[in-house]
Structures are given as structure tokens and as C-alpha cells.
Design a protein around this ligand. Sequence first.
Ligand SMILES: Nc1nc2c(ncn2[C@@H]2O[C@H](COP(=O)(O)OP(=O)(O)OP(=O)(O)O)[C@@H](O)[C@H]2O)c(=O)[nH]1
Ligand SMILES: [Mg+2]
Length: 269
Amino acid sequence: MEKILIFIPMYNCEKQIPRVLGRIAALGEEQSLFTEVLIVDNRSADHSLEAAQSAMQELSIPVTLIRNVENYSLGGSHKVAFNYGLEKGFDFVVVLHGDDQGDIGDLVPLLKKGEHRELDSLLGSRFSKGSKLVNYSSFRIFGNHVFNLFASVCAGRRIYDLGSGLNIYKTSYLKDRFYRPFPNDLSFNVFLLLYGIYAKSSFRFFPLCWREEDQISNARLWKQTKRMLKLLFTYVFRRKTVFSGKKTEYSRIQYRYEIIARKEGSSCI
Ligand SMILES: Nc1nc2c(ncn2[C@@H]2O[C@H](COP(=O)(O)OP(=O)(O)OP(=O)(O)O)[C@@H](O)[C@H]2O)c(=O)[nH]1
Ligand SMILES: [Mg+2]
């Protein structure tokens, strides 16, 4: 039986994390598509830990709640979870943001068809045909389409989303831990995507529903745009250097965590 880990990065999501876990519990018997849920708290300053610990009791599959020893940002939390997936012998790692913008249900039909087995990764896309956006302004949608087109030209491959919060990766693809030197901030996802193109990995985008309701957006528009442009420029002119595997300040971090709570699976599924 294949082993699939759902990794949930969580940072100040006390309101949203019960809903994210509730959507997994609502899958009912389909929860058994997944082997374990790993919630990675990035030292939230609110009551996310307590909210998660209480809501995780509703799931039928095992859940582990851990807390990073330091705030490693979103990219660093991915590293913690990828390392965990590799060390515990998982075959796939699903990334599902803890602020309830996406829905795990969007991935279920693909998993049932076994599409994840054919590719190194399946990437959720907010801007594909069939995607649904709730509370996104037309300006933001238009801007993203333009940016995705520009990124596609730079990368030489059609990009529909530079980084959404619902993706699945094969651990055999991650096993040499090429992600270790990547920056830990929100640009980690773009590094991951560009590396995937650089390394000629196999992936495709799938449409999803994405909401922005009570979530706090941390992506500062202009700062983020400038950073992305710089990154794409680097990809065009210096990709060999960037992806050569050379150690960076991020490679040296230990990415340690402590276990806060563990819930075993119930035998009814
Ligand atoms: N911002 C931020 N988010 C983190 C961190 N650690 C984990 N997360 C989680 O990472 C997920 C994505 O964070 P967001 O700030 O929404 O970033 P984003 O989805 O890339 O950008 P938006 O377009 O603003 O939604 C959320 O579920 C956060 O709870 C962290 O250190 N900073
Ligand atoms: Mg978000």
C-alpha cells in the first residue's frame, strides 16, 4: 500500500485550522487514501496549537502535531515536512496550507485515478481553466495571468501558477534533498517549481478552488513582484549556478522540531 502524508504548514491560523482539518474529516472513508497528517506549527503567536490539537481528534487517520524549534518560515516548514516524509518512508507528500484557502477535496479525484503515480508532482493551480477563485479582485487575477505568462516565457514551459497551497510530490523525486539550499521565505515554492523545470521533472497543473475570506495575506504585492522578477532573471541567466546544489546559509540549518501531540488512527476505516 502506498503511503501518503498530508503536510499542513500552520502559522497563526487559530480560526482556519479547525476548518482545514474539518474538510479532511468530512472525506469520511476517503480519508484512508492518506496515511497520516503532519501539522507543522511555525511557532504561531495565537492559539493555533490548541485549536489544531482539539480539531485533530475528529480525524480517523493518524495525526502528528509538531512545532518547529525556530520559525523557519514557509519554505523551512516544507523542508521539515519533506525530511519527515523521507525519513518515515512515505511515498508522497501532499502540501495543504493551514489557512483554509484550498480544499483537500480537489485532490481526491486525481488520487483515485492514480494520476499522482505517473508524475513527480501534481501542482494545484488557481489560474487554469476550471479553477475557481473566491474573493480575488479582477486586478489581482489579471496581474497573475500576465505574470504567469511572463514566467512561462522565462522558464520555457507553460506555468499556470507560481505556487499555490495544494500540491503533491513523490518522495523518490525529493530523495536527494535538492531543496535544502533554497531560501526559506515565501519564494521557496517558486524555487521548487523552477527547479522542477530545470531538472526536467514530470509535473502538471490541476485546477482548484481558492478562497480569500478571513485569511491574512502576507504576500506584499510589490515586494513579492520585485522578488519574483529577480528570481526569473536569475533563472534565465544563472540557473546552472543556482541549482548546482551548492550549499547556502539555508543548507546549514538543522530544521529541528518538537512533537506536541500525536493521535493514532481509529480502526473504523
Ligand atoms: N506567512 C507565513 N506563513 C506561514 C509561515 N509558516 C507557515 N505558514 C503557513 O503557510 C501558508 C501560506 O502562507 P500565506 O501567508 O497565506 O502565503 P501565500 O498563500 O503564499 O500568499 P497569499 O497570496 O498571501 O495567500 C499558511 O497556511 C500559513 O499558515 C510563516 O512563517 N509565514
Ligand atoms: Mg495564502
